[in-house]
Design a protein around this ligand. Sequence first.
Ligand SMILES: Nc1ncnc2c1ncn2[C@@H]1O[C@H](COP(=O)(O)OP(=O)(O)OP(=O)(O)O)[C@@H](O)[C@H]1O
Ligand SMILES: [Mg+2]
Length: 401
Amino acid sequence: MDSVHVQTLWQIMEQLRDSDQLESALSGSLDILCEATGSPKGSIWMKDDQSGSLIAVTTAGTADATGESSQNGEGLIGEVSAKGETVIMSAGEVQNIRLAGVDSPAVRGINLMCVPVKTPKHIIGCLLLTGKETGYTEDDKAMCENCCSVLALDIDDKGFTFRPFEDREPIVEVRDVVKEFMSGEEIRRILRGVDLDIYPGELVVVLGESGCGKSTLLNIIGGMDRMTSGKLTVEGKDMSDPSEAELTEYRREYVGFIFQAYNLMPNLSAYENIEFIGEISDNPMDSEEALELVGLGEKANSMPAALSGGQMQRVSIARAIVKNPKIILADEPTAALDYDTSIKVLSVIEKISKENKTTVLMVTHNPEIAKMANRVVKLRNGKISSVRVNLHPLSATDLVW
Ligand SMILES: Nc1ncnc2c1ncn2[C@@H]1O[C@H](COP(=O)(O)OP(=O)(O)OP(=O)(O)O)[C@@H](O)[C@H]1O
Ligand SMILES: [Mg+2]
């Protein structure tokens, strides 16, 4: 073993010792192995024993493969996980093969290595590393095989079983989305090629530093802003460059917005603030029901000025859900609220996500809030830097900060 090998193995063991949750064990190990091999991108795929398919649980780098699946025995991911043997391919070879589950332009024509994650008894998944400029070596292979064995034993030890998404057709597909703004004479590129799939009923949290493009991405998905280039597909319909009429209809029927500022009409009561949105929608729920859902049934006649911040935010949530939208987009919904009120508001969002099965995309820069998500997307400098599946999302009431 060379020194990189020993050091990496040590880092993996430290990571596993410090990980009380499987998600951090996986994403931490992936980061370490990407770094040690010089791979800009990577993913870990886990086998779902019931269906036999493999699901990308965590990714590093810009391509979002999480939630993508590959049938066991099919394509490269399936093959490695069925046979339990590492495959190394050079850029030229990758050009010409079919890669089930990673069949995206992002992995074509680049070097890759796929390593099984296995214990002596069974194969539980695989690690895919891509993009090492100089190609993967036998040393990389030996090191990753060792590290993946340690990882597999740890997963086995912790009694981990993987629950995949029930429905794998994404409701929203974001592809290579670029957004530029003019800043004086200069063009500033804010989103620099974002790829993301969102699945029906998922609660996805987007984390990232101030100014990294979170709101810009949310606004593009919600039809409030136009992209410079790229593709947005919603339920199979191309929304990359919609007409004004399509946009209006999309915003009215499809998406519910929740902002940091509640934007309630000051001269309308809580009920009227909701009712008025219900009236312009095709398939609204009862306004009273929406108020009940956010726990404000008895505040129907109150004016916004007589409500607390948390109550106003809950009215704004009721307003977002009254039209029965397919997607709720929430931009820092609790940024202006204290802890207790934030938890109340997050509990409402959790309830809508779980009970109404509404797809929720929520932006925050509070990493604690990410623990309630099914998936956590990190944006950095206008690109996705990682996507992680939360196998055991916390309930909003268990969040602490
Ligand atoms: N309409 C606009 N015109 C010019 N620049 C803009 C516009 N909207 C956003 N930007 C710039 O794009 C960058 C990203 O903004 P965005 O609001 O998406 O960030 P964010 O991640 O939501 O940040 P925060 O956490 O502070 O809300 C910022 O530098 C911002 O100044
Ligand atoms: Mg923002």
